[in-house]
Ligand binder design. Structure first.
Ligand code: ZN
Length: 432
């Protein structure tokens, strides 16, 4: 039945295409021309007085020639601002949005809300994420396939939010304290190679875009980093994901899980504090991405009481953050590819790009920091020809900021004025 429908769809599409001919111009997609005072295109060029011509959801051209603007185009004048590509956050938990109004610790809210309520509430976090200039996320762990529902609702235009690439359940071993006061989502538990293979295949069958594996302990105020999965289990997960053309992110708070994740061929390692230099060299050699997620520890430190952490969390996080930063610094100096991931959860949405401030502290220039949230994020998603740059053929994901983001990274963190995703203006504080 489904096959018949698909075939039917192809036949109809074919007929429609055959009919197009002379009428093509009348059914043309809407054209917009967006003017920026300056534009950083993430392809190595800063344009003055740039005009980005957008057709439907894609960029048709980037030019400085005003005569290239089609007569029918809607002109959006952002010449007071600097343009950037839509930013990419490669580590979020979009469905784990909470607020501070219910009187419940946020940690508990996540365990008591039914999935439909969580997905509905998550639209607020999705909007805040867009307002921070993030138009694409890689979402790394959700319960009951809420992430797949949310991705599909956004793609259908029923929810406003960033483009999502999702993993379904992250894989973790039995007895990992995923949430101390909660119930681990049963869908992701897998022990031993056969169960790992099954769990990876289940996520892919459910519609996951990417695979996530928890390769060590550590989450929230738990900053331990004991390796959980064996090298053989990691290797099995990596091979199965790659067999189906999916990338895999492996979480490790500590160095042992990171070493085995890299050796097993993971596409990215998340958190990975205290990595040894041999692991870092292995990442350079293999092209493994590092997603340090330093700022989420800062968020936990600032909000631990509201989240509901036990006393003592401050000391643990205060000791962990400098080690996380130091690891990022060593990895960056060694030439490891780094991608920006916020690990946004609870009320952290909207603070997605604060990680870039840590990257500058780790020694990056503002431009290098912006690359982690554009070209590097796109490459980690395998979407380097469509996302993360302002160039012909790419998705029309554009951000306008007030000030010079190449001189001062805080411009990107604090001064986002306007956001377009797939040719649609979704955030507008520009006064235009
Ligand atoms: Zn995470």
């Amino acid at each position: 039945m489904r096959l018949m429908r698909i075939l039917g769809g192809f036949i109809l599409a074919g007929l429609a295409f055959a009919n197009l001919g002379a009428q093509e111009k009348q059914v043309a997609k809407p054209v917009k021309a967006v003017r920026f005072g300056k534009l950083w295109d993430a392809k190595g060029k800063v344009w003055n007085n740039a005009i980005v011509i957008v057709e439907g959801d894609r960029i048709r051209a980037v030019t400085t020639d005003a005569s290239a603007i089609p007569a029918a185009a809607e002109v959006i004048d952002l010449s007071r601002y600097t343009g950037l590509p839509g930013l990419i956050d490669v580590h979020t938990h979009m469905t784990m949005y909470t607020d501070e109004t219910s009187g419940e610790p946020m940690l508990k809210q996540l365990t008591i809300s039914p999935p439909a309520v969580e997905v509905f509430l998550a639209r607020k976090g999705a909007l805040r994420t867009l307002e921070s200039g993030v138009t694409t996320v890689r979402d790394l762990g959700a319960d009951q396939y809420m992430d797949i529902a949310m991705r599909d609702l956004i793609n259908r235009g029923e929810m406003i939010g960033p483009r999502m690439f999702v993993c379904g359940y992250g894989l973790y071993i039995t007895a990992t304290p995923f949430k101390k006061e909660g119930t681990p989502p049963a869908g992701g538990i897998a022990d031993g190679v056969p169960e790992v293979l099954k769990a990876v295949r289940q996520q892919i069958a459910a519609g996951a875009d990417v695979i996530k594996m928890y390769g060590s302990t550590g989450t929230d105020d738990d900053v331990t980093g004991f390796e959980t999965y064996t090298y053989e289990e990691m290797k099995a997960a990596v091979e199965t994901a790659h067999q189906f053309g999916k990338k895999i992110a492996i979480h490790s708070y500590g160095p042992d899980g990171a070493r085995d994740a890299v050796r097993a061929g993971a596409d990215s390692v998340e958190h990975a504090t205290d990595m040894d230099d041999a692991t870092i060299q292995d990442m350079v050699k293999r092209g493994t991405f590092y997603v340090p997620t330093i700022d989420h520890n800062r968020y936990y430190l600032d909000n631990g009481d509201k989240i509901g952490y036990a006393p003592g969390y401050k000391e643990k996080l205060q000791a962990f953050i400098p080690r996380n930063l130091e690891t990022a610094q060593r990895a960056f100096r060694a030439g490891v590819k780094i991608a920006m991931g916020s690990d946004a959860i609870y009320t952290m949405f909207g603070q997605n790009t604060r990680e870039l401030g840590w990257f500058v502290k780790a020694g990056m220039t503002p431009e290098q920091a912006l690359q982690t949230a554009t070209v590097n994020g796109a490459a980690l998603l395998g979407k380097e020809k469509e996302l993360g740059a302002v160039a012909a053929g790419y998705f029309a994901d554009l951000v306008a900021v007030q000030g010079d983001p190449l001189a001062d990274i805080s411009v990107t963190l604090n001064n986002v004025k306007w956001v377009m995703k797939g040719g649609e203006v979704l955030v507008n504080k520009s006064g235009h």
